[in-house]
Ligand binder design. Structure first.
Ligand code: G4P
Length: 292
């Protein structure tokens, strides 16, 4: 019989301490083999979508931070994030995997980041140093999509299962660079409640882990402050109430979401808002900003 841990009904798993420990161990093993770590985070929430121990895990290794799904993020806020990470000395890029030419871009940037290492190898007489890189990130940040886009063919679908050992396969991207075909799946932040709500909104942790009321309230608070016009237009309301309960009722009425008679359907309204955010129906919404 298949191990229960390995049965996966949704793409996002529940993480237990055992999962995290396996993921951490596997990441440490794979790190020994690479020159560069390509860490993916969601451009809409670049802090919340970081693994809590990522800095410690990566240590002294070279890192490229890639903010994925840039097409779903607010472009003004995204620019601020790029500047924020650059001032911290982090090599950062924002990408739209469906649009950008990652096959060309990523090897170029990888070699730029590892320039010192290549030069040192050359000075030691190693004529052809082949760089090795791996991709890592929490569930749903776009790891499989990213690898497929670089490789320009479908590699095995990466499951969000931590610590599933497979033999290592290196994909040759060009003469100087190889990529591990399987990304490191890292656990998301759970302890930080604010981050956990954002992670539910971007689909990196399951709805059940965080109370739905609090997730939708969090989304409404962001929309109220930063995207009031979008909020009004999408849900056909003219006034945005300060109280989330009242605002939800107003949206339910305006959208004609009723249970029976004149009782509004709050659950349906909440699911509708959640789905809108996950599917980018509100267009380019960022969930956190560096100047907050
Ligand atoms: P993972 O391996 O890190 O878990 O993530 P995965 O690549 O499976 O991507 C998760 C979802 O994010 C996928 O959508 C994928 O298409 C989408 N995605 C990845 N990169 C981008 C991007 O740059 N822009 C946009 N807009 N979406 C991106 P899905 O609905 O779960 O699956 P599907 O539509 O691919 O079937």
């Amino acid at each position: 019989m298949e191990n229960r841990e390995n049965i996966q009904h949704k793409s996002v798993i529940n993480w237990y301490p055992g999962h995290m420990e396996k993921a951490r161990r596997q990441m440490q093993e794979n790190l020994k083999l690479v020159d560069l770590v390509i860490e993916l985070r969601d451009a809409r929430a670049p802090l919340a979508s970081a693994n809590p121990l990522i800095e410690r895990l990566i240590g002294e290794k070279k890192r490229l931070l890639v903010l994925t799904k840039k097409d779903m993020a607010d472009p003004i806020v995204l620019d601020k994030w790029l500047a924020y990470f650059k001032t911290q000395g982090i090599y950062v890029l924002a990408v739209n995997a469906g649009h950008d030419d990652l096959k060309r871009l990523i090897p170029k940037v990888a070699k730029e980041i590892c320039k010192d290492k290549l030069e040192r190898a050359k000075a030691r007489g190693i004529r052809k140093k082949v760089l090795r890189a791996m991709v890592c990130g929490i569930p749903n940040v776009g790891k499989s999509t990213f690898i497929n886009a670089i490789v320009k063919k479908r590699v095995a679908k990466v499951e969000n299962r931590p610590g599933v050992t497979r033999s290592l396969t290196w994909i040759k991207l060009d003469e100087d660079l190889e990529l591990l075909d399987t990304p490191g799946v890292l656990w998301p932040k759970f302890e930080d409640q604010d981050a956990a709500k954002k992670l539910v909104l971007i689909g990196s942790i399951k709805d059940e882990v965080v109370n739905k009321d609090s997730v939708v309230d969090h989304a409404l608070d962001i929309l109220r402050v930063y995207y009031p016009d979008t909020l009004k237009e999408r849900y056909h309301i003219s006034v945005i109430d300060e109280d989330d309960r009242i605002l939800l009722k107003d949206i339910a009425k305006a959208m004609n979401f009723y249970k029976s008679g004149d009782e509004v359907d709050i659950l349906r309204t909440q699911d509708f808002i959640l789905s809108d955010i996950r599917n980018d129906n509100l267009k380019a919404i960022s969930l956190e900003r560096p100047d907050e």
